[in-house]
Design a binder for this molecule. Structure first.
Ligand code: ADP
Ligand code: ZN
Length: 761
């Protein structure tokens, strides 16, 4: 049968559909909460034209036919007409919220990260997009066909006739307000026409989405050095081949990786395609954005501070294909670019690319999936690649590109260690800054340079202890030592924000000489001000940077030279490019070294290497002093030599021996509850089920625990962890999903499964 020409404005179903009467149109609907499995609904003929996968629908659920909202994920003609199916009530969106490709990506995430599909969809599609933030419901008036035909013969009062005439003449959808204004009447004649059935009204959602201020690109590309040229050539080749490939750029700090990303993006734009650039949230500064804007003009920025309206606006712009470059944090990996050409992940080793609530996805893995499905390259860059990515490049899954030189062949800074333990006496007398560090600071400042000091702990004292009875002041909810914040005169829990006034006597024995010990950034600031009273010093940590924009203000002061000593937590360790910094001091390199986390050494190596990279960025050169109790530790030894390969070479065999990632897959389960006994019992039940399922499968499963988590109590809940490991190829996810399908935790107990965990605490 020849198919009838499809008329867009045709409201009648086309003929061929009537012939296929026994076939029913069935939609698969994913519900946001509760149920994990999608449900099938039949689609009434009246809704058929407007329904497509990616739009939301309202459907009846359960015995009471409660009305719920779900996502339509598939539509097909169903031959089994006798299957009893409920009908969809309404289609809620006038456009699809997700493309078929992104829909498949969310399906994969649900499966891989053990998260209900509906919850993944709710995460991927921003709330502002779902609610249509910044748009409003508007009434539009139309004239029915039969009225059009007889309009000439109608006898109407003058105002009503004028209003009808205006509507008949108007080609675009018109609101009552517009009619009233054009005709010079009140709403009354319009209401009268509506009552007589001579006009119809229809409510639709319209956007107030205005065009983005266009900014003309002003900056030309830089002339690249040979390393940059070689790196770009590899990417160009991959882009032109039009196939998926992951390229890992291992480039030392200041090697000019961003320039390479930008020139690759230019190529992608010349194909009429878009690029997504993911950067850690903390690096998403106005400077970073300005760098891309000045090169490309229109750049959409997605960060966590956007209001619903702004986010919806950005999302619509991106979906329209009018924005060539999207820069954003983790969730920008879901940006609805219609013709994606490249994904870039800068600082790919950063842990903030992993989401710490469900779905617990890693943006790098999701990007890999998306890039592979869209047949485009994924570009990863870092001075300290994650061992996962590095191992993949060694195994030939990723293409490795090295950029071992800084721009203009500037030398990397010299790094020396200061043994804290041999200076113990000294240190007690003088605080956190050793004599050598003090002298180096004085010298750098005297020569007109600037100084960065890293201490990865905030607060004044990291614990408060009674020297008489030994009692340490702990959080009643978390059992973690409280940190003394002197300015606020509080003892604060850094996990749940529990706070009490700083005590002046021991709660246990009443002794009044409490000892406030352990170094935090607040105390360090105090010490720096005492040592260098004539210098402006600025502290950057989450306590001082709470106000929006404070981060930028602080960096601007440092850039201007108004402030010459910048101290802070890891917030200052990354990405900053200040040519005048000639000295970096690491107050204590060991803060992360002894955490019960198999990545402790990797974190330490990354942190020291990254903060060292903040200096020596101009011809003035620079050097780094690292205070540590373990100057011989391999992670610190490798960091002071800027020797990533040496670090990886020492660390990877250790991982391999224990089958830790990247040599195996890992899944971590955390059970928590208000009762220690109940939580432990449930954790034991879970682990027993999984152990049994493991034995029945052909997966070689290693199961550890349940054991109290390193943070055994948080926010009043006792926590138990189970660690599962298997070879890289085996899917622990599926085994856990099957083994735990029918298990319900007792009241008050919750459990989570974290696939490829990063947080081991
Ligand atoms: P990375 O991201 O590798 O740490 P950046 O991309 O931030 O390095 O580059 C470091 C500095 O060098 C920046 O100020 C950048 O503008 C500059 N730069 C990069 N490439 C060139 C080049 N080819 N010529 C001159 N300056 C460059
Ligand atoms: Zn607490």
């Amino acid at each position: 049968m020849p198919e009838k020409q499809h008329n867009l404005f045709d409201v009648e179903p086309p003929e061929w559909e009537a012939d296929a009467a026994e076939e029913r149109c069935v939609a698969t609907v994913v519900l946001p909460t509760g149920l994990t499995r999608p449900l099938d609904y039949s689609v009434p003929d009246t809704l058929r034209a407007e329904l497509e996968p990616g739009r939301r629908v309202s459907v009846p659920l359960g015995r009471g036919n409660r009305s719920v909202i779900g996502y339509c994920v598939a539509i097909e003609n169903d031959k089994r007409t006798n299957r009893p199916l409920k009908e969809i009530d309404a289609v809620l969106d006038s456009q699809r919220l997700l493309s078929p490709g992104l829909l498949r990506l969310t399906e994969w995430m649900a499966d891989y990260y053990l998260c209900p599909w509906g919850q993944v969809l709710d995460t991927v599609i921003p709330a502002g997009v779902r609610s249509g933030a910044g748009t409003r419901l508007t009434t539009f008036l139309t004239v029915p066909e039969e009225v059009v035909a007889k309009s000439a013969s109608l006898k109407l009062p003058a105002k009503q006739a004028a209003a009808l005439k205006h509507l008949l003449a108007e080609a675009k959808p018109t609101t009552p307000g517009e009619v009233a204004e054009a005709v010079g009447c009140t709403q009354a004649p319009i209401t009268a026409l509506r009552r007589k059935g001579l006009i119809q009204s229809e409510v639709r959602r319209v956007g107030s989405v205005d065009a983005q201020e266009d900014q003309a690109p002003v900056e030309p590309h830089l002339k690249m050095n040979p390393d940059q040229t070689a790196a770009l050539a590899v990417i160009m080749e991959s882009l032109r081949r039009g196939q998926h490939e992951t390229i890992l750029i291992h480039g030392v700090t200041g090697s000019g990786k961003t320039e390479v990303y930008m020139q690759a993006i230019s190529e992608v734009i010349s194909y009429g395609r878009q690029a997504i650039v993911l950067v850690p949230e903390i690096s998403l500064t106005p400077q970073t954005v300005a760098r891309f804007r000045s090169r490309f003009g229109r750049v959409a920025v997605l960060h966590s501070h956007l209001s619903d309206v702004e986010r919806h606006r950005q999302w619509s712009h991106i979906a329209s294909g009018n924005v060539p470059v999207v820069v954003g944090a983790r969730s920008a990996v879901f940006a609805p670019t219609p013709q994606l050409g490249l994904i870039v992940i800068d600082e790919e080793h950063e842990t903030s690319f992993k989401q710490d609530s469900a779905p617990r996805y890693h943006a790098r893995e999701v990007a890999e999936r998306r890039a592979s499905a869209e047949g485009i390259p994924l570009l990863l860059g870092s001075a300290t690649p994650s061992l996962e990515s590095y191992a993949r490049s060694e195994a030939g899954h990723y293409r490795l590109v090295e950029m071992p030189q800084r721009i203009f062949n500037r030398p990397l800074p010299t790094v020396a260690t200061i043994d804290l333990c041999s200076h113990r006496q000294d240190r007690h007398a003088r605080g956190a800054i050793s004599r050598q560090l003090h002298n180096a600071m004085a010298e750098a400042l005297r020569d007109g340079g600037q100084v960065i000091l890293l201490l990865n702990r905030r607060g004044f004292s990291t614990h408060i202890q009674c020297p008489s009875c030994g009692e340490v002041l702990r959080c009643p909810e978390c059992e973690i030592a409280l940190t003394h914040h002197r300015k606020k005169q509080l003892a604060l829990c850094h996990y749940c924000d529990h706070q009490t006034p700083a005590p002046d006597r021991c709660a246990a024995c009443g002794f009044t000489g409490l000892r406030f010990s352990g170094q935090g950034t607040e105390r360090l600031e105090d010490e720096v001000r005492r040592r260098f009273p004539d210098e402006n010093c600025l502290r950057m940590d989450t306590d001082t940077m709470q106000r929006r924009g404070s981060h930028e203000e602080a960096l601007a002061k440092f850039r201007d030279g108004e402030v010459r000593i910048l101290l802070g937590t890891q917030m200052i360790a990354k990405g900053l490019d200040f040519p005048n910094v000639t000295l970096v001091g690491v107050i204590n390199a060991d803060t992360a070294l002894h955490l019960p986390d198999f990545r402790a050494a990797e974190r330490t190596f990354q942190l020291v290497t990254q903060v060292a990279g903040r200096t020596g960025r101009s011809e003035r050169g620079g050097h780094v002093l690292v205070q540590t109790c373990q100057p011989e530790h391999p992670a610190i030894q490798a960091a002071i030599r800027h020797d990533y390969v040496r670090f990886a070479g020492g660390e990877l065999p250790l991982r391999k021996a224990l089958r830790y990632p990247p040599f195996g897959s890992m899944l971590r389960i955390v059970v928590r509850g208000p009762s220690e006994v109940t939580a432990r019992e449930f954790a034991t039940t879970l682990s027993e089920r999984i152990r049994q399922a493991g034995e029945e499968s052909d997966i070689c499963l290693r199961l550890l625990g349940p054991a109290p988590a390193p943070f055994a109590k948080l926010r009043g809940k006792y926590r138990f962890a189970i660690q599962l490991q298997a070879s890289q190829e085996d899917s622990i996810s599926h085994l856990v999903a099957a083994a735990t399908e029918k298990i319900k935790p007792p009241d008050g107990v919750q459990w989570i499964a974290d696939v490829d965990p990063i947080d081991m605490m």
